[in-house]
Write a protein that binds this ligand. Structure first.
Ligand SMILES: [Zn+2]
Ligand SMILES: [Zn+2]
Length: 581
């Protein structure tokens, strides 16, 4: 179902390239009068791909239409909403709109990629409407685990769309604003909302999300009275939680030590943007030695068991300055994200071995979500009264459940969407709002400094290496294909040839016999060699490279069979036959 854009020049379209099939990697496009607007440009976690931990959405579609892309608007600082800007911006080169806090945060990330001077960042004044081409943006502040989360009311001649971003209704968010329900209600009361594109992360959770304020009491009760070192690990981007913990530390007489690069970055950007100013006492890890254990609270990165993060270093005594011992406490103030269980439980185990007390969301009230549960979704629909609901920010099960909930709420048109789906809105006939095409969507893996197609050659080869290692065979021949050098066989991660001389000799002998037979077969032992072939059969464009290529190909299947017999599976194989004149 290809998209004929010319036919839809004047249409209001919605096209998610990421985030509609997963929690992560949000990248949404809106279209009107031939122009596009991108909302968010985020990253996602990659699993089971060697060397690749993060990925972005494949943006080839919008890259091809970049002259019509007006801007990127960021809803908030989370990696799944702005984490791909530093990788993808060069392909698009458009202005980026963000609140002051998100802009400060983004700049530190762009700095690392030496991109900060190039990217035009425009600061959002959320008290005013903003015109970008055919779109007028009205910003609606919603509570989330970070401050300054901006939902967008995209006002257009073809109808208004509420793009929620990540949100919850929390009367006591600890940091940041309480959700601006009145602003949403004002649109709803006038029936001015055509569609809501909404967060589905917790669509499976009944009831109402718990408040960050309630968590303050619970965490404080767990920490107060402890006499040893207390650590709390959480997402380094969860500014609200870090604020909550710093407040508890202040109130129980402990100083805060931050452990982990991304926490220091958030703290710095937060301070610069006006947060963390409530008489909190942060000290460096090097200053810890001047204080008693009961005077310190460590906030550490690595709540998902990440191998290089601070929590892991602390658990394995690899942190340069922070030592936890028997009777100290580590609280995992975070969700155990599906897919990360193995790494997280390994970390629990490391801590248990050291007799460190561990508390997690499984056994104590130590975490609240920044996303809406079912009652909050119901409330949002009641306030906004949209004609159309399109759930995003979830896996299939989340968006499906969210669709059912929206239907129960009486939304006339509910659409479950996938990455790459193009929805055309029709405000005069709601039921004509539907899928009009699919464009290319997919994932790009962040591999060091390069972005790799996850279905491409490099990843395929890398998976193969991971599966069976590699064997390299090299030797030199003359133009009569006589072997002139030693045959070198190197096995990396494949077969232990060093300790199997017999196999090594056998393989070398097989290669010699094979090459000799080939020489005879090609009649190369007549004295004229490969060059003779070249001259004689010029018309067939037969040349040395081609003959050597064919020899290599035949040798490859022979050697793969030999290694399959030895290993029970096929390694990757590299053959270098060097022609010496
Ligand atoms: Zn978020
Ligand atoms: Zn998100």
């Amino acid at each position: 179902m290809d998209l004929n854009l010319k036919k839809h020049y004047e249409d209001l379209l919605f096209l998610p390239l990421g985030g509609a099939n997963e929690i992560g990697m949000n990248l949404n496009l809106y279209h009107l009068n031939g122009k596009w607007l991108m909302v968010d440009c985020g990253m996602g976690f990659a699993y089971d791909i060697p060397g690749v931990d993060m990925m972005t959405a494949d943006i080839s579609f919008i890259k091809a239409h970049r002259k019509d892309l007006l801007a990127i608007v960021l809803t908030h600082i989370h990696e799944d909403h702005l984490g791909a800007v530093q990788y993808l911006w060069r392909e698009l080169e458009v202005p980026v709109y963000a609140t002051q806090f998100a802009a400060n945060f983004l700049r530190t990330k762009l700095d690392e990629f030496k991109l900060a001077p190039q990217v035009p960042i425009r600061i959002i004044d959320s008290s005013k409407e903003l015109n970008i081409g055919p779109f007028t943006l009205d910003f609606i502040g919603l509570t989330h685990s970070v401050p300054e989360m901006q939902a967008l009311m995209l006002k257009t001649t073809k109808g208004n769309i509420l793009h929620t971003g990540d949100w919850k209704f929390d009367p006591d968010p600890v940091v940041g604003e309480v959700s601006q329900k009145d602003k949403i209600r004002a649109y709803g009361d006038k029936n001015e909302v055509l569609a809501v594109i909404c967060d589905s992360t917790n669509a499976l959770s009944e009831g109402h999300s718990r408040s960050e304020g309630e968590l303050y009491d619970s965490l404080k009760a767990l920490i107060a009275g402890r006499t040893g070192l207390v650590g709390v690990t959480t997402f380094a981007s969860n500014l609200a939680r870090i604020h909550t913990i710093a407040k508890i530390a202040r109130d129980v007489g402990r100083k805060v030590v931050l452990a982990g690069f991304s926490l220091h970055r958030l703290h710095e950007v937060g301070k610069k943007s006006g947060y963390f100013n409530d008489n909190f006492e942060f000290i460096s890890d090097r200053e810890m030695k001047f204080y008693d254990k009961k005077e310190i609270l460590v906030i550490a990165t690595g709540c998902q068991g990440e191998p290089n993060a601070a929590a892991r270093k602390i658990a394995t005594d690899n942190h340069p300055t922070i030592r936890f011992t028997k009777g100290d406490l580590m609280i995992f103030s975070s969700k155990i994200i599906p897919g990360n269980e193995k790494k997280i439980f390994e970390l629990f185990d490391e801590m248990a071995k050291k007799q460190i007390d561990v508390m997690t969301e499984k056994d104590h009230f130590v975490h609240v979500s920044g996303h809406p549960s079912q009652d909050e979704l119901r409330e949002l629909y009641a306030l906004s009264r949209p004609q159309i609901a399109i759930p995003v920010h979830g896996e299939f099960i989340h968006t499906k459940t969210h669709c059912e909930l929206a239907k129960e709420c009486g939304i006339p048109r509910v659409i479950q969407i996938e990455n790459g789906s193009v929805i055309k809105f029709n405000k005069d006939d709601i039921h004509a709002t539907s899928l009009i095409g699919k464009v290319k969507s997919g994932y790009l893996g962040v591999d060091g400094k390069q972005l790799l197609d996850l279905n491409g050659e490099v990843i395929r080869e890398r998976k193969k290496l991971q599966f069976g290692g590699i064997v390299t065979v090299s030797f030199a021949v003359n133009s009569s294909l006589a072997i002139l050098s030693k045959i070198r066989i190197t096995c990396v991660g494949s077969y232990d040839l060093k300790n199997d001389r017999q196999a090594e000799d056998m393989i070398k002998k097989e290669i010699q016999i094979f090459v000799k037979n080939k020489t005879r077969e090609l009649n190369l032992d007549s004295g004229f060699g490969l060059r003779f072939l070249k001259k004689k059969k010029k018309s067939k464009k037969l040349n040395e490279d081609k003959v050597l290529g064919e020899v290599e190909k035949a040798l490859r299947s022979k050697l793969l069979k030999i290694f399959e017999d030895l290993m029970g599976k096929r390694p990757a194989l590299e053959i270098n036959i060097n022609l010496v004149n």
